[in-house]
Design a protein around this ligand. Structure first.
Ligand code: NAP
Length: 299
């Protein structure tokens, strides 16, 4: 790899470990008051990727000293049954965060399910109220992946005011909340998507590029302005030389030659997501009990 000596690899794995340690320390402090944050995770169906993901969430939640309450339902579960479970979790004082693993089976209306979660317990930040609060600059539960990206950017760059930021991707779970977060940091934000013209030129003007597309190595090395900070959210499985590989949305081997700092895939944004879920659960618990929130773990 021909990395310029000054290119910084943004190590999300190490950063996420530090966040988890801070969450655990704060949780230990709450235990002195007899308070244990609880995260309820609901999985409907047998999707193998979701099973792995929620197992990891459970392990990391317990490692941080919090309660992990897992609800695994068969994919024959009706929407009414799922909504009844969410009602029970909304009413349960031991539950501070509720996460419904997506995607849901096709017979369910995911928006209706997510919007049934008590917004105070919406640790994924996908509830319509959380999205509206974020978009209007009010205190919100921030979706975990964009929150992790913001933490990496702040750690690398400090004050983001006035920087040109390009977010590639406009999904409700990554692209749009990321753009709102950067706007709240007073960046000048461009959102690019599949219909954007001259995306390479737009990127070349960016001090910050956040790629959340789901297309392997879409962002080329010569799209990156020298010294720019590149955050690669993409997780794509590809086959190369007969081997299965995980790659991002950025052509890492070439982008690293121009970037000032860049996240690798894997080991960049990925580990930040669960760490931010734990941070959001702790934040929700503190808010529910009128306690001071831990510093630096929210947007
Ligand atoms: P998504 O809902 O499929 O959205 C993809 C976005 O990319 C859409 O806005 C789409 O534009 C845009 N797009 C598609 N092709 C494009 C192109 N050729 N040029 C420019 N834009 C293009 O995906 P998502 O859920 O946001 O996820 C994006 C990636 O992040 C995926 O690889 C996913 O696995 C990964 N991800 C990682 C984490 C993590 O923890 N690290 C978390 C979530 C997601 P249109 O709107 O015009 O269709």
């Amino acid at each position: 790899m021909n990395a310029m000596p000054e290119t910084v690899l943004l190590d999300g794995k190490a950063f996420a470990a530090r966040i988890r340690a801070r969450v655990a320390a704060h949780v230990a402090g709450l235990a002195d008051r007899g308070l244990v944050p609880g995260l309820a995770v609901v999985l409907v169906g047998e999707d193998p990727a979701s099973q792995v993901y929620i197992r990891n969430k459970g392990i990391q939640t317990r490692d941080a000293g919090m309660n992990s309450l897992e609800h695994k339902l068969p994919d024959t579960t009706s929407q009414a049954e799922l909504l009844a479970l969410i009602d029970r979790l909304n009413a349960d004082p031991a539950v501070h965060g509720i996460l419904v693993q997506l995607p849901l089976p096709g017979h369910m209306d995911a928006d209706a399910v997510i919007n049934a979660i008590d917004p105070a317990k919406d640790v994924d930040g996908f509830h319509i109220l959380s999205a509206g609060r974020l978009a209007t600059g009010q205190r919100a539960m921030v979706p975990c992946t964009p929150l992790g990206c913001l933490m990496l950017l702040r750690d690398r760059l400090g004050d983001l005011t006035g920087l040109n930021a390009v977010v590639i991707g406009r999904s409700n779970i990554v692209g749009k909340p990321m753009a709102h977060l950067l706007l709240a940091e007073s960046c000048t934000v461009t959102i690019a998507h599949s219909r954007t013209r001259d995306i390479a030129d737009i990127c070349r003007r960016a001090d910050i590029v956040v790629a959340a597309v789901g297309r392997p190595r879409l962002v080329k090395g010569d799209w990156i302005k020298p010294g720019a900070t590149v955050i690669d959210v993409g997780i794509n499985r590809v086959e190369q030389d007969g081997k299965a590989l995980l790659v991002g949305d950025v052509d890492f081997a070439n982008a690293i030659k121009a970037a000032g700092a860049i996240t690798p895939v894997p080991g960049g944004v990925g580990p930040m997501t669960i760490a931010c879920l734990l941070a959001n659960t702790l934040t929700a618990c503190c808010r529910a009990h009128g306690l001071p929130e831990p510093e630096g773990l929210t947007a």
